[in-house]
Design a protein around this ligand. Structure first.
Ligand code: SAH
Length: 212
């Protein structure tokens, strides 16, 4: 199958930005990003930008989705937790690469829309719930991988507790929108190793669930 030239350009941008994992690029290449976007933004799917999805939230920039997914080193043996389902785009990139994905969103309306899209895409290994991601998902812990899609002031302690030993968490850290660092946290036998993956920009991690 020939690659759509717009998708080809986007994939090239991701490669130039440091996404080299063929499995990650393969999933992104096949995923129609337009279905995650609303109305006037639908045709801007190939822009390597975060775009609005309503409720003052955004679907992440494809490059960031690629870099985060790659840094997560996910495999089909892994149970993965995502905080901040948003549009469901990052979930749709993760699901084909892992055994099972659990994803939490605090906005019920966003979650409903995301679930609809994920069903349409026939991604059946995703369990989504409306809730406060700060509490994680204790019933399903430990997770081999955790991806936090909203900026936290520090490594969220409850989520770290739910990370398996040897597990990896990717989390944007920093409250100042202009000074956030994408951070990789590896849980070791007796603590954590962290690695700075560079600057990033995410909406803040907010406590509590939105009514509705
Ligand atoms: N992964 C998404 C983008 C996430 S934007 C995508 O691919 O489209 C960040 C999301 O995190 C928003 O939808 C926001 O509502 C959600 N969020 C912020 N704080 C949260 C919390 N404490 N618990 C659950 N979701 C949260």
């Amino acid at each position: 199958m020939n690659l759509d030239p717009r998708m080809g350009r986007l994939i090239l941008e991701l490669r130039q930005g440091g996404v080299t994992d063929a499995r990650v690029l393969g999933v992104i290449e096949k995923l129609p990003r337009s279905i995650f976007l609303a109305g006037p933004f639908k045709d801007r799917w190939d822009e390597n930008l975060a775009l609005p999805i309503g409720y003052h939230q955004t679907v992440s920039q494809p490059l960031i989705v690629g870099l985060m997914t790659q840094a997560l080193e996910v495999s089909d043996r892994h149970k993965v937790l995502e905080i901040g389902t948003g549009s469901g785009y990052q979930a749709a990139v993760l699901a084909p690469l892992c055994r099972r994905l659990y994803t939490i969103e605090r906005h019920p309306a966003l979650l409903r829309e995301a679930e609809e899209r994920l069903r349409e895409l026939k991604l059946t290994n995703i369990t989504a719930v409306c809730g406060d991601g700060a509490a994680g998902w204790p019933e399903q812990a430990p997770f081999e991988r955790i991806l936090v899609a909203a900026a936290a002031p520090d490594v969220p302690p409850v989520l770290f507790e739910q990370l398996a030993i040897g597990g990896i968490m990717i989390v944007p850290i920093g409250l100042d929108e202009n000074d956030q660092r994408l951070t990789k946290v590896v849980r070791t036998e007796d603590g954590a190793e962290t690695e700075d993956l560079g600057p990033t920009r995410f909406v803040p991690f907010v406590d509590g669930v939105v009514a509705g």
